[in-house]
Design a protein. Structure first.
Length: 105
């Protein structure tokens, strides 16, 4: 029997401060390998970010998602899964822009 295929969750980042408002709503994705890790990707203002999404060792619900941009910026997020396919969190871009994170369908 084949192992379960990775699942991709759509992610939306909504601006929560003035710095983030210039970017508007940001679309991202987390591709979960179903073993507590995933790949986090997004594009903000023409910069591509790629990194990891990892669940905290002591909790199946909480985790971190971080991405490094191809022009030197970085994005750091914390999240909590409310169900196996939906979650919420907060993200901060290296320029101080802050976002509310919504994952899932």
């Amino acid at each position: 029997m084949a192992p379960p295929a990775p699942v991709t969750f759509p992610v939306r980042l909504y601006p929560t401060n003035e710095l983030a408002s210039r970017y508007g709503v940001v679309i991202a994705a987390v591709t979960n390998d179903l073993h507590g890790k995933g790949v986090f990707t997004t594009n903000i203002n023409g910069e591509s970010f790629t990194g990891e999404a990892t669940r905290n060792q002591d909790s199946r619900r909480t985790g971190l998602a971080n991405g490094a941009g191809n022009r030197g910026a970085y994005l750091s997020c914390t999240y909590t899964m409310n169900s196996p396919t939906q979650g919420t969190g907060q993200c901060r871009l290296s320029d101080g822009a802050e976002f509310s994170m919504h994952m899932g369908h």
